[in-house]
Design a protein around this ligand. Structure first.
Ligand SMILES: C[S@@+](CC[C@H](N)C(=O)[O-])C[C@H]1O[C@@H](n2cnc3c(N)ncnc32)[C@H](O)[C@@H]1O
Length: 314
């Protein structure tokens, strides 16, 4: 079998700091089943080496930590001229920076590990919901992957921020686009939830200003294969009311998200390990009938926050 080297993107250091190699290895194992046979460093360049058949290359190329693949022969590294074919320019995910943005590499990892556990009918588009989507990093990744995407965030300013951030890249990259705004339900009521429909080069997403606990109110009978979110950390983002701990909110979400999950679907959450504690979060979801997967990837992301990831299936 071919021996290959996966080049580790330096970008993952800004997502996971000291823990980046552990997180990368965890993603590799969860998504592909491979374990690195060796870790190799040439100066600043870093690689995992493994034996792998060519037909697995596409899977490897879309791992969130992989910058490129090399084939190894006679001790030399030959770069493979291959890349995963994303639907949009990378700037739609990476280009805009804003307060509270979830790291782009972490967000791609959340989608990848989610994809590794779901069971979805072949030929049908994957439906993704981020019920606390902020300015849409998860949703932009979903569009890159060709998913049908929906996002909810309670911040009213988010919709116009998304339009501004996205239009900028449409202009730069001459991407065909359409943005439509409106109100759900009784349009005459001043507090009807507002929505934004964005179509970028044929990729569609809807964003709603609303409450993460109420997806079926906004999307009717639509069912989602993946519910993915980076939860409020309780420091910059408050869960609800005055509380810094989003556990109460999440216990309610654990109930209402079951109603919108497609058969074979999964929930993937990134969360601040201090609040809620992993055990409390799992208990809240198990009480609502979910099963927690063993996957975890704890990593320090800042002085005060250690983040982890949990996957639930129904
Ligand atoms: C960590 S941020 C997500 C950032 C997002 N992934 C991005 O990159 O833009 C968490 C988000 O949860 C939202 N949020 C908190 N409580 C909510 C609720 N009850 N319903 C909807 N959104 C909520 C906050 O407004 C915040 O945007």
């Amino acid at each position: 079998m071919r021996k290959i080297a996966l080049q580790i993107s330096p970008e993952v250091r800004t997502a996971y700091f000291a823990d980046y190699l552990d997180v990368a290895e965890t993603e590799l194992a969860q998504v592909t089943g491979f374990k690195p046979e060796e870790f190799v460093q040439f100066g600043e360049l870093e690689f995992f080496l493994l034996n792998c058949p060519e037909e697995r290359d596409e899977e490897l190329l879309k791992l969130s930590f992989v910058q490129g693949l090399f084939e190894i022969g006679d001790g030399s590294y030959f770069p493979l001229n291959k890349a995963f074919e994303y639907q949009l320019h990378r700037d739609f995910v990476f280009g805009s920076k804003f307060k509270g943005k979830t790291n782009e590499r972490l967000t791609q990892l959340l989608l990848n590990v989610g994809l590794s556990v779901i069971d979805c009918p072949v030929g049908e588009p994957i439906r993704l919901l981020d019920p606390m989507c902020g300015r849409g990093t998860t949703i932009m990744w979903g569009m890159q992957y060709g998913f049908r995407c929906k996002g909810i965030d309670r911040e009213e300013a988010a919709l116009e921020d998304i339009v501004r951030n996205t239009k900028k890249w449409c202009k730069v990259h001459r991407t065909k686009n359409k943005f439509e705004r409106g109100a759900l339900g009784d349009k005459k009521r001043r507090n009807s939830p507002r929505y934004l429909d964005a179509t970028l080069d044929g990729q569609r997403a809807r964003f709603v200003t609303g409450d993460a606990r109420k997806p079926s109110e906004y999307f009717g009978s639509e069912k989602f294969n993946l519910i993915v979110s980076d939860l409020p950390y309780g420091i910059q983002h408050f869960g609800d009311g005055d509380t810094r701990n989003p556990l109460g909110l999440l216990s309610e979400c654990a109930v209402s998200w079951r109603e919108v999950l497609a058969e074979g679907g999964a929930v993937v959450l990134a969360f601040n390990k201090k609040q809620p504690k992993r055990g409390q979060l799992i208990a809240a979801f198990e009480n609502a009938g979910w099963t927690a997967n063993e996957f975890n990837a704890p990593h320090r992301m800042s002085e005060s926050i250690v983040r982890d990831i949990v996957i639930f299936t129904s």
